[in-house]
Design a binder for this molecule. Structure first.
Ligand code: SF4
Length: 90
């Protein structure tokens, strides 16, 4: 996937596919989360699949809450802000 350029339409994609440098920053942040606060990788991947199918996803950002979904999905106690939520706390 091409990097985001000025004037480009937002993509329903993750940061890893649109803004790799920001994806690396978010990955560094996720790595600092205490183990007890982090969702299991299987849970995180299942959440990310829901985000990838969601029309609110814009270049790795949730249009409902403004979070980078690669960060939001990494937290065990996090939940999707949609009503009803598309994924919940683990
Ligand atoms: S509304 Fe929920 S599923 Fe959709 S992008 Fe935001 S966090 Fe992901």
């Amino acid at each position: 996937m091409e990097a985001l350029s000025a004037g480009a339409a937002p993509c329903r994609c993750l940061l890893a596919d649109s803004m790799p440098e920001m994806a690396a920053t978010v990955a560094d942040y996720v790595a600092t989360l205490p183990a007890e606060a982090r969702a299991a990788e299987e849970t995180r991947q299942a959440r990310l699949q829901r985000c990838l199918a969601c029309p609110s996803l814009r270049n790795g950002t949730c249009a409902l809450c403004g979070c980078y979904v690669e960060a939001r999905t990494a937290k065990r106690r996090s939940r999707c802000p949609a009503s009803p939520p598309k994924w919940r706390e683990a």
